[in-house]
Design a protein around this ligand. Structure first.
Ligand SMILES: Nc1ncnc2c1ncn2[C@@H]1O[C@H](COP(=O)(O)OP(=O)(O)OP(=O)(O)O)[C@@H](O)[C@H]1O
Ligand SMILES: [Mg+2]
Length: 224
């Protein structure tokens, strides 16, 4: 489903990846770790095809970074849900409207919007806060709204970029549980984090960016 083959990527003055590879099957869950500045966010941007590698290929479903046209990017992005550390919710509208907005811009029929939004809010346990402004929610609740927004279009994969970076340990654990529940329904998840506690708790595959490569494995003693 997600395949990163032999990519090299550099910014103007810095090489982040050299012949790096990563494969994630449909419905798989993996953490993405690596020290600050190693390129986790940049890699997620390449999967979203906001950045393109200078060589090699990124494939997501039927979309290929070598052949994708600008006009196809919105279609790709409907297949990818994104969750950020700082939530990125709109504060000039309520929770329901934060979600319905996403479906309006993708021209979803009006009659389907209400059901999809309500289903997503149910899934994250926040139906009762649908009329609240996001500013009046706790950090954990904001992240649940962001996750509801990410699953609206039933994506192939959720890219989570340090989704628990602003949350306390208990709330972080709840967000991990929620993402694991969503994963069990068949959505692949790539979860970038610095939090080894989280990685241990998640007890699943790991990709680690090191020396411009993406290493596969499980948490090692020295990482803990
Ligand atoms: N738009 C850009 N132009 C030039 N350099 C950039 C750009 N974005 C990021 N970088 C640099 O690329 C490197 C990798 O950044 P990136 O944000 O991908 O790392 P990261 O692993 O996500 O780090 P963190 O754990 O701190 O979030 C950093 O040295 C950063 O300064
Ligand atoms: Mg980052």
């Amino acid at each position: 489903m997600l395949s990163i083959q032999n990519i090299s990527f550099n910014y103007d003055n810095q090489t982040l990846f050299e012949n790096a590879n990563l494969e994630l099957g449909a419905g798989e869950f993996a953490f993405l770790i690596g020290k600050s500045g190693s390129g986790k966010t940049s890699l997620l941007q390449m999967i979203y095809m906001n950045l393109l590698p200078q060589s090699g290929t990124v494939t997501v479903g039927n979309f290929n970074s070598r052949t994708i046209k600008k006009s196809e990017l919105p279609l790709l992005r409907r297949k990818i849900g994104i969750v950020f550390q700082d939530f990125k919710l709109l504060t000039d509208r309520n929770v329901f409207e934060n979600l319905s907005f996403v479906l309006e811009v993708t021209a979803t029929p009006k009659k389907d919007i209400k059901k999809k939004v309500n289903d997503a809010l149910n899934e994250v346990g926040l139906s009762h806060k649908r009329l609240n402004n996001p500013e009046k929610l706790s950090g954990g609740e904001k992240q649940r709204v962001a996750i509801a927004r990410a699953i609206l279009n039933d994506p192939l994969i959720i890219l989570a970029d340090e989704p628990t970076g602003n949350l306390d340990p208990e709330t972080s654990g709840e967000i991990l549980d929620l993402l694991q529940k969503i994963n069990k329904r068949g959505t692949a998840i790539l979860f970038a984090t610095h939090n080894y506690e989280m990685v241990r708790k998640g007890n699943t595959r790991i990709f680690k960016i090191e020396d411009k490569k993406i290493l596969k494995g499980f948490l090692k003693q020295k990482d803990q």
